[in-house]
Write a protein that binds this ligand. Structure first.
Ligand code: SF4
Length: 418
């Protein structure tokens, strides 16, 4: 006999329109999953969600749920309307740390999915805002079973609460020609060193590490992490003049002038009469614009390293803060190099743990006590290359995006009908 479904007229509306809907995903589990328990849990979840939409109230409340030896990593969710929707009465989320740059084997993903179908609702998010894999929806009892099982084959919980949070790194050198450092090596060393601080929340507030391989900063580390490691170079960028000429021949001089040279924020580019390009490397601020427009012709230089920025964070209290350059350039090649950034991170976290107020991010503390005092506290000398606000706006102009999306959908339907 078919399962009885809660009616979901309001949620059904969210399936209209061109974008994929989370409602369809949950319905798929409700309708098609071979395991009756998973079908029922997801049916119950949809019922509660519809009820929330009808009454304009959220019915999840928190609590305390953890696995043995850990103080964080689980977001407890108990339903206040559990009598009406009993199968999702307890619906906790486990945050599990991703691999650096989110590389997985399909075999490993299947294993994780199998474990979650055994102990949870089958619902997963790759990845949540925090960077973790979010395993959404299980009971208090099954939380421990699921954790034990995945921990056995190598996975660990991420951070939640006032602690060192799950770190993130960009896709990196394995797939990106702009990469200037070994992002994953830095990520791994930082995470391994601070494992205790991830699992036992004892800091004033959250502390995040993010690693990006170049100033394009695909991890948004400058604005979303307290400790940002960003790859860069300090010699001259590499220019392939033949590729520049080919690009000029294809696009025309005016296009290059309008879209590349005049958009350089420091006017460091000159398109010469013979269609070659001169770069005033001394004035280039590594904004990456020209390299992104002409990726065949322009590449980062050979003398690569990283810049370390401290204090980025989003909104709340004093508003968005972009990281401040505290280490303008540092080679990251030898074991000692890696050790030295780990030591620096320890120094910063210790200083902030002692001096930060409750619920105060590291960047907010720096604002309050002053950058000079902070630098003195972590024993770093002031350097004129420390830029306090290397980037200022965290917003992206989105005009024209809908039109581009329309074009994409048209192309997809043309392909499908071809
Ligand atoms: Fe100018 Fe940016 Fe290119 Fe440097 S990277 S030359 S600042 S556009």
């Amino acid at each position: 006999m078919a399962d009885k479904h809660y009616p979901t007229p309001m949620l059904d509306e969210l399936e209209n329109g061109p974008w994929p809907s989370f409602v369809s995903g949950i319905k798929h589990l409700r309708d098609d999953h071979p395991d009756e328990r998973i079908r029922k849990v997801n049916n119950s979840l949809l019922g509660q969600l519809e009820h929330s939409y009808e009454t304009r109230k959220g019915y999840w409340k928190g609590g305390t749920v953890s696995v043995f030896g850990y103080g964080g990593g689980i977001i407890p969710r108990f339903s206040e309307v559990g009598d009406a929707f009993p199968e999702s009465r307890e619906f906790h989320t486990l945050r599990v740390q991703p691999s650096p740059a989110n590389y997985y084997t399909t075999d490993m993903m299947r294993k994780l999915a199998d474990s979650w179908e055994k102990w949870g609702s089958g619902l997963q998010t790759f990845h949540g805002q925090t960077g973790n894999i979010m395993f959404i929806g299980t009971t208090t009892e099954n939380t421990q079973h699921f954790f034990d099982e995945i921990n056995e084959y190598g996975w660990d919980l991420g951070g939640a609460g006032p602690c060192v949070r799950t770190a993130m790194s960009c896709v990196g050198a394995a797939r990106c020609e702009m990469s200037c450092t070994n992002e994953h090596a830095a990520h791994r060393r930082l995470v391994n060193n601070f494992t205790d601080d991830v699992h036992r929340p004892a800091l004033p507030y959250k502390f995040k590490f993010k690693v990006s391989g170049c100033p394009n900063d695909c991890q948004n580390s400058i604005e979303r992490s307290d400790f940002a490691v960003i790859g860069t170079w300090r010699d001259d960028m590499k220019v392939d003049q033949d590729e520049i000429k080919a690009y000029v021949a294809k696009k025309g001089r005016q296009y290059i002038i309008d879209n590349v040279t005049t958009r350089c924020p420091t006017q460091a580019l000159t398109l010469n009469d013979d269609d070659t390009l001169t770069v005033d490397n001394h004035n280039c601020v590594r904004c990456m614009h020209c390299l992104n427009v002409m990726p065949k012709a322009l590449h980062p230089g050979d003398d690569k390293g990283v810049t370390i920025l401290i204090g980025g964070k989003r909104t709340l209290k004093i508003g968005d803060l972009m990281g401040t350059v505290v280490v303008p350039f540092k080679k990251l090649e030898t074991e000692e190099d890696y050790e030295s950034i780990v030591e620096m991170a320890e120094e910063i976290i210790d200083f902030w743990a002692e001096n930060g107020l409750e619920h105060e991010r590291c960047g907010e503390m720096i604002e309050r006590i002053g950058l000079v005092n902070f630098l003195e506290g972590i024993d770093i000398d002031v350097d004129p290359n420390m830029v306090s606000s290397p980037r200022q706006c965290s917003y992206v102009r989105m005009d024209g995006w809908d039109e581009e999306a329309e074009k994409w959908f048209e192309r997809q339907s043309e392909k499908a009908s071809a």
